[in-house]
Design a protein around this ligand. Structure first.
Ligand SMILES: [Zn+2]
Ligand SMILES: [Zn+2]
Length: 334
C-alpha cells in the first residue's frame, strides 16, 4: 500500500490515519487552505497554517478543534513526517509534504507561482509523488504579470472616476478580494467592501496580516456617495438586488476564467481582468518539473487532458478524481 491513497473520504495516509483536505467528516484533517472545497465542516480536528486558523474559524465556526503550524515546521504521526510549505495561492495556503515508508509525497492544494505580495511565495518541494491541482491545465491559459493587470484595473478605475462613475469589481471574498485590496492604487479614491468581504478581511487582520482600511456600505448611503470610488464585491453580487442600489456603474470581474471568450459578457460585466490565484499552463509545468517527482496526480480541473500531456512528457501521471471540481466561474461562494 502506498503512503498516500484516495478513499471515499478523500486523500488518506493510512499509516498515520490522517486525511488531507477530506470532503467527508474524519477524525484528523490536515488542511491546505481555507477555500470551501478544501476546508469542509465536520472534522474532529483540523491542522493548518497559523494564518489559516482565523480564516477557517470564521468560515466553519469558532468552536471547531483547530491548531496552527508554521511553514517549514513538521509533526510526526506514527512514524510519518508531515510539514507545511508555502503555496502562494491565498493567505495561509500551504502544500503538505508527507514522508514515510521510504516515500515522499507532496499534496499541492491550490497554488500559484507568481508572488502576489500577500499570499506568501510558492516554494517547490522535492518529492517522488506530487498531487498537483490542474484548474488551468491547458496551454490557452497564460497569465500576464500581475503588475500589468493592476495597471489595467487602476486605469479603468481612474477613467470611471473621470466620468463620475462608480467602479465595482467582483472577486472571491477569500483570496482575490484581499489581493486586489493589497495591490490596487488606493490614491485613486475611496475603497468600499461588500459586507461578506469586510468580515473576511477582519478575520484575516486577526491573523496578524495587515490589510488596508476600507469603508462599509451603509444602509442610508446614497448612490452619489460612491461616485468615483471603488467597491469590491463577491461574484454572487453580480445581477443581485444588492447591486441595484448603485447607479451609473462600471462593473468588472477579476478571474482567470476571463481568459475564456464570452465569459465576461455572459456575466453581464463591462470589463474582465484575467487575474487568477492558480498557476497558468507554464506555471504548472515548471512547478512539476521543479519538484523532481516522477509520479504526478493531477486533481481539480482538466485532470484527464493534463495527465495525458504529462505522460507524453515522460511522467508517470494518473488523474486523482476528487469529489470537488475546485474553483469554477460559476462556483457559488459560501
Ligand atoms: Zn483555493
Ligand atoms: Zn481548490
Amino acid at each position: 500500500m502506498a503512503l498516500i491513497e484516495l478513499n471515499k473520504n478523500g486523500i488518506y495516509c493510512a499509516e498515520a490515519d490522517v486525511y488531507i483536505d477530506p470532503w467527508r467528516s474524519v477524525d484528523k484533517a490536515l488542511i491546505t487552505h481555507g477555500h470551501s472545497d478544501h476546508s469542509r465542516p465536520g472534522h474532529k480536528s483540523y491542522l493548518c497554517t497559523h494564518a489559516s486558523v482565523p480564516i477557517i474559524k470564521h468560515r466553519l465556526g469558532s468552536k471547531i478543534n483547530i491548531a496552527g503550524i508554521g511553514y517549514g515546521e513538521s509533526i510526526m504521526v506514527n512514524g510519518v513526517k508531515f510539514s507545511f510549505h508555502p503555496a502562494g495561492h491565498i493567505i495561509g495556503s500551504a502544500q503538505i509534504r508527507a514522508e514515510g515508508k521510504g516515500e515522499v509525497w507532496v499534496i499541492s492544494g491550490d497554488y500559484k507561482t507568481e508572488n502576489d505580495g500577500i499570499s506568501g511565495c510558492f516554494e517547490p518541494v522535492n518529492c517522488t509523488h506530487f498531487i498537483t491541482e490542474s484548474t488551468f491545465g491547458l496551454p490557452v491559459y497564460k497569465w500576464k504579470k500581475q503588475s500589468k493587470v493592476f495597471d489595467e484595473i487602476n486605469n479603468w478605475w481612474s477613467l470611471n472616476k473621470s466620468l463620475g462613475k462608480t467602479t465595482i469589481i467582483t472577486a472571491y471574498s477569500l483570496g482575490k478580494a484581499q489581493r486586489i485590496l493589497h495591490n490596487i492604487d488606493s490614491e485613486i479614491g475611496k475603497i468600499f467592501c461588500h459586507g461578506a468581504i469586510a468580515k473576511m478581511n477582519n478575520a484575516i487582520r486577526n491573523s496578524g496580516i495587515p490589510l488596508k482600511d476600507t469603508l462599509l456600505i451603509e444602509k442610508e448611503s446614497k448612490p452619489q456617495d460612491f461616485a468615483g470610488h471603488l467597491i469590491i464585491a463577491p461574484p454572487s453580487a453580480l445581477g443581485s438586488s444588492w447591486m441595484k442600489r448603485f447607479k451609473n456603474v462600471s462593473v468588472g470581474i477579476a478571474s482567470g476564467w476571463m481568459m475564456l471568450r464570452g465569459a465576461r459578457r455572459r456575466r453581464g460585466a463591462d470589463r474582465g481582468f484575467v487575474l487568477s490565484d492558480h498557476c497558468d499552463w507554464d506555471g504548472l509545468n515548471e512547478s512539476i518539473k521543479a519538484t523532481g517527482a516522477e509520479n504526478i496526480y493531477p486533481t481539480h480541473g482538466y485532470t484527464q487532458i493534463y495527465s495525458r500531456w504529462l505522460r507524453e512528457q515522460g511522467y508517470n501521471a494518473q488523474p486523482l478524481e476528487t469529489e470537488f471540481e475546485g474553483e469554477s466561474l460559476e462556483k457559488k461562494e459560501e
